[in-house]
Write a protein of this length. Structure first.
Length: 276
């Protein structure tokens, strides 16, 4: 019987990517808009990944029930943070606004964390993990998402997406083990989604503005086409499932994607064997 993704143990990997700063603006198939969308997301990630790791570690320290794969979750998210710091260093060489937004993200996440209780921080982690799971499915299953992309940038996103699917249930399990309510979780998703949407659009506008592309007709057409695409419609449908009373990340079987990309030779070439 084929294992469901919830039964596949996450893997702690050591990775290496060689990102070329000169490709940062058009690394995604030569498209400025498709590149900017993922570049903008990368700017959020180092501070966000740090928030996830601190939240999960605090939950463990409080003596809450452990979830399978929690330790690997921490290792994977820490690796994501480090690799996206290198990614963002490439962006800083090409886009003047990047440094200001990285400064903002550090302070914004710190402020949000200070304003939330430990359980609220865990609920926020669950909500954001669902959003990153939707991103992961899109990157790994939708060819057009990174079609014709530079191999190094594409491999980094595929590796990140693979690990998001591997540990997609960890924060969710911890939250309910801690006695969290579904109603609070749904409310947190609404708040997280609204804040993220505003901040993401601002970062995206800044990156496009750095390239003098913000007000061009072609940019609007490209964004409209992406929003109306089948992949975007499926992502929006996946977002809505979070509000179902019986929702659990483990109910969605992503095992085909996980097993496929674990065995992908091009991606595996970026996985380094640990030293003995």
């Amino acid at each position: 019987m084929r294992a469901a993704v919830a039964d596949i143990e996450p893997i702690a990997r050591t990775v290496a990517f060689r990102l070329a700063p000169e490709l940062a603006a058009r690394w995604n198939g030569g498209s400025i808009v498709r590149s900017a969308l993922l570049n903008a997301l990368s700017i959020f990630l180092p501070a966000g990944e740090n928030f996830f790791v601190r939240t999960v570690r605090a939950t463990q320290a409080a003596g809450c029930a452990d979830a399978r794969g929690v330790n690997t979750f921490v290792v994977q998210e820490s690796a994501h943070r480090r690799q996206h710091e290198l990614y963002n260093a490439c962006l800083q060489q090409r886009f003047p606004s990047t440094g200001r937004w990285l400064w903002y993200m550090d302070r914004s996440w710190a402020f949000k964390s200070a304003m939330m209780s430990p359980r609220a921080r865990l609920a926020a982690t669950v909500a954001i993990e669902h959003l990153t799971t939707l991103m992961a499915r899109l990157v790994l299953s939708e060819r057009s998402a990174i079609e014709g992309a530079d191999l190094e940038y594409a491999s980094l996103w595929r590796w990140h997406a693979l690990e998001e699917l591997e540990h997609k249930s960890v924060a969710f399990q911890l939250y309910f083990a801690q006695g969290g309510s579904r109603r609070r979780l749904m409310l947190m998703m609404i708040i997280v989604s609204a804040v993220f949407a505003v901040e993401f659009l601002c970062v995206l506008a800044a990156l496009l503005g750095d390239q003098k592309r913000l007000y061009r007709r072609q940019t609007r057409q490209d964004l409209r086409a992406i929003w109306r695409s089948r992949a975007a419609r499926e992502a929006r449908a996946g977002y809505v499932t979070f509000f179902a009373k019986a929702f659990s990340p483990a109910l969605v079987d992503d095992s085909d994607l996980v097993l496929r990309w674990r065995s992908d030779a091009v991606l595996a070439a970026h996985f380094l064997k640990p030293r003995n």
